[in-house]
Write a protein that binds this ligand. Structure first.
Ligand code: HPA
Length: 270
């Protein structure tokens, strides 16, 4: 039988790193500092892992295995986005490989725009659900039954228990964390003011261009998902300032100071 790319990658992970770690972590841009918290880190590049390489020159993706707060984790640095023109199969290849390796929990971070004035830039939002407006789904095509069913349930795509745990840790650390629905758009253009008003009316709290393909692929493969979004900017039209990529990255970098200890403490409990 023909092997899928993610199966080769899973085999490479097994040969290179041995037993699957407790959790996988996919970092959005600006949260890279979490990687420096790993002890006994061992890294390989995406190319060596057999993962689709990053399309941006000079950004070699890497897979790092190590201990975070004493718990074994695998971190993927370098995320592919649908707006780069990559097929969703490539976007989710890492998630599927980690699932096939035996990783049971996936933690993701993502920069998002807020859809109301209540969520200021810098706020952390625990994602409770999503609305997929990307117009695409990584499960389109023949079902990969080794991973999961044809019609996977998405009623609890973001694991409520993991979410509760994350909230408890945030409270213990004295860091405010909100909850909300993530509207996923394909990008790469930012939204128009009318789109921001529409997304808010639909019941979403934040809007972003990632997370959802990875979540769908993870849930399909039986992996529990926790996503913490960082509000990097107010949605278009909510303020006089138009969203801007450099400002997004800078705000996320500042908010990561709060996010990193939450993830570290949370993972140490597993
Ligand atoms: N819209 C979509 N994606 C984003 C935004 C936004 O305002 N900010 C960060 N990612």
């Amino acid at each position: 039988m023909q092997q899928h790319r993610f199966q080769h990658v899973a085999e490479t992970f097994r040969n290179r790193f041995g037993q699957p770690p407790k959790a996988a972590i996919i970092l959005g841009s600006g949260v890279g500092g979490l990687k420096d918290c790993l002890t006994e880190p061992e890294s390989i590049g995406y190319r060596e892992a057999g993962l689709p390489e990053m399309s941006v020159q000079g950004h070699e993706g890497s897979v790092t295995v190590g201990l975070l707060g004493g718990t074994s984790v695998v971190m993927l640095s370098g995320r592919k986005h649908s707006y780069e023109g990559d097929a969703l199969q490539d976007v989710v290849c890492g998630v599927r490989a980690m699932a096939a390796w035996g990783v049971e929990t996936l933690v993701m971070t993502s920069a998002v725009g807020s859809l109301s004035k209540d969520l200021r830039p810098g706020t952390l939002v625990r994602v409770t659900d999503h609305i997929n407006l990307m117009g695409i789904n990584p499960l389109v095509g023949p079902n990969i039954s080794e991973l999961g069913p044809r019609f996977p349930d998405m009623s609890q795509a973001y694991d409520p228990q993991l979410g509760q745990q994350a909230e408890s840790v945030a409270t213990e650390l004295g860091i405010p964390m909100e909850r909300g629905v993530y509207a996923a758009v394909r990008g790469p253009s930012f939204e128009t003011p009318a789109e921001v008003r529409m997304l808010h009316m639909l019941g979403a709290a934040v809007v972003g261009m990632s997370v959802v393909p990875e979540t769908i692929a993870a849930v399909h493969a039986g992996v529990r998902v926790l996503t913490i979004a960082i509000v990097s900017n107010e949605g278009t039209g909510l303020s006089d300032v138009a969203p801007d990529h450099d400002a997004v990255t800078e705000t996320v970098g500042r908010a990561a100071v709060n996010l990193v200890p939450i993830i570290e403490k949370l993972v140490s409990q597993w």
